[in-house]
Ligand binder design. Structure first.
Ligand SMILES: Cc1cc2nc3c(=O)[nH]c(=O)nc-3n(C[C@H](O)[C@H](O)[C@H](O)COP(=O)(O)OP(=O)(O)OC[C@H]3O[C@@H](n4cnc5c(N)ncnc54)[C@H](O)[C@@H]3O)c2cc1C
Length: 490
């Protein structure tokens, strides 16, 4: 029997994962990627001796990465080395207070106590709950692939999910434990990783504090791109063929086959897995008759933010931890400017990444490669003037709030924001992360991996279940490969 062919469109984490699992199942797999490199939003930028991870920089949930490599018969540590960070991160509150959050959860509990009497015990209680939610959430909703609402309401889920808050909002959940707004912020900053806000993310995601405090924050030696290179190497070992610099223009059915068309050729396949943004694939690559969701559906989604990114090569050593957050006392106006009335925030919350603190190879000796990430509403088209003014505001704010001066020492700089997300990744509306994890966009309510309308078409990546983030996309690749295998092999 001839080997069945599967084409994967897009080489993000989801695409790389699906391709490797499918090749491992014995399919002839070709991965076709628009850009000249793999990794998707986890790209790398190298200029003037500086190297920047352009997208993800927090390596969380090491257990899920381990599981990925193990499922494919190898060990993570044979592909890249990991270092645990301590402190996990620093927070610069805009009232002048600085909090270095230690890697050891017991030390973090003591730190919490200095902010509020009784907060150490509440922190321990919170983490116990968070760990329980993580175990249930991972087993019931993430690792197990529940395909429909009936599955979601099945007896074992209801029994095991008892006590996890599916409906309550994160903000209400944290208020049950802490009065101090700063402590509430520490327990919620990770929601930005999920593309949400304290008021639109279900309390189920309190599991992120277990990820943060108990499991820890890691750095892969050489940066996140080392993970991408490791995944690519493994995919090649499994036999995946890579075609880069080749944008796909159409996915269709012809003569009973699924076809993928690029500028130069038409590839026939038994199955196609799209890792390009789901909304982009449906609106731009697939003919209308084969779309699972209509335009109203895509218009009515809550999109995760885009990001305003400033990559900077600094001609000195910058005295900042690997990860820092700068947070105003009241961060709700910024969230409103992302989700309710799209506009630039006046008093922004943002993240600063300074990998030079951990890794000598990202910048020439004595220099630092840093980047700043400000979450902004997707679909916010900024003029050049607005970009420049916003950039100036952020750099000035960083200098004031952290006490670290950089402006005079910047020798390389690049801004990357909404429009660039569209151009580089075919991001649907400039979103960095796809659709947010609101209640009606969580678990079985996320767009389906198996197309309802086109035989042989599947979807993988952050739009699908389980959702946003590198570890989640690894799992979505595993689930997509299972569906293709089930359908093609029976
Ligand atoms: C700035 C930023 C910071 C982040 N920080 C973190 C973090 O710290 N930790 C974390 O875990 N996650 C983080 N994330 C989220 C994480 O990066 C994503 O959830 C994940 O990488 C998305 O993977 P994906 O499988 O959906 O594919 P994507 O990365 O979206 O890749 C899709 C691929 O499809 C390709 N493509 C598009 N159209 C076509 C076409 N027509 N033909 C061929 N190829 C096409 C694109 O070029 C791209 O390579 C961050 C994301 C961003 C943007």
């Amino acid at each position: 029997m001839t080997q069945q062919k599967v084409v994967v469109v897009g080489a993000g984490f989801g695409g790389l994962s699906a391709a490797s699992f499918l090749a491992d199942e014995g399919f002839d797999v070709e991965l076709v990627e628009k850009n000249d490199h793999v990794g998707g939003r986890a790209s790398v930028l190298e200029e003037d001796g500086y190297r920047f991870d352009m997208g993800p920089s927090w390596y969380l949930m090491p257990d899920i990465f381990d599981r990925y490599f193990e499922k494919l018969g190898v060990r993570q540590k044979d592909f890249y080395e990991l270092h645990r960070l301590d402190p996990n991160y620093s927070i610069f509150f805009k009232d002048g207070d600085r909090m270095d959050v230690p890697a050891n959860p017991e030390e973090a509990a003591e730190l919490f106590e200095t902010y509020e009497e009784g907060a150490a015990d509440e922190f321990r209680r919170y983490l116990t709950k968070s760990e329980e939610t993580y175990e249930i959430g991972m087993n019931e909703f993430v690792l197990k692939d529940r395909n429909n609402f009936r599955d979601y309401l099945s007896l074992d889920v209801l029994k095991n999910a008892r006590g996890i808050s599916l409906i309550k909002k994160m903000q209400d959940h944290v208020e049950e434990y802490f009065d101090n707004p700063k402590l509430q912020q520490v327990m919620q900053y990770t929601l930005v990783f999920l593309g949400g806000s304290p008021n639109n993310t279900p309390a189920l995601y309190n599991l992120m504090s277990h990820v943060d405090f108990n499991m820890g924050v890691y750095y892969p030696e050489g940066g996140i791109y080392s993970v991408v290179e490791g995944m690519k190497e493994l995919a090649e070992q499994k036999g995946v063929e890579f075609s880069t610099d080749e944008p796909v223009r159409r996915i269709d059915r012809e003569d009973g086959e699924t076809i993928v068309e690029t500028d130069d050729r038409t590839i026939e396949a038994d199955a196609v897995v799209s890792n390009a943004d789901y909304a982009f694939t449906e609106t731009e690559l697939v003919p209308d008759e084969y779309t699972t969701y209509d335009e109203d559906y895509w218009d009515s989604r809550t999109y995760a933010p885009s990001a305003f990114l400033i990559y900077m090569g600094i001609d000195k050593e910058v005295d900042l931890e690997h990860h820092s957050l700068v947070l105003p006392e009241d961060w709700s106006p910024h969230f409103e400017k992302i989700f309710d009335e799209p506009a630039l925030p006046e008093n922004p919350s943002y993240y600063i990444c300074n990998p030079s603190d951990t890794d000598d190879t990202v910048a020439p000796e004595g220099k630092s490669a840093i980047f700043i990430l400000v979450p902004l509403a997707a679909e916010l088209d900024l003029s050049d003037k607005q970009r420049q003014e916003f950039r100036d505001l952020i750099i000035q704010d960083l200098e004031e709030e952290t006490g670290v001066e950089i402006e005079e020492d910047i020798e390389y700089e690049k801004i990357f924001a909404g429009q660039e997300f569209k151009e580089k990744y075919n991001s649907y509306n400039g979103t960095a992360l796809g659709i947010a994890h609101t209640l009606r966009q969580t678990s079985v309510f996320r767009p389906k991996q198996r197309s309802k309308e086109m035989e042989g078409l599947y979807y993988v990546g952050q739009y699908t279940n389980p959702g946003i983030g590198m570890p989640m996309c690894l799992i979505s690749g595993e689930h997509a490969a299972e569906k293709v295998t089930e359908d093609l092999k029976g």
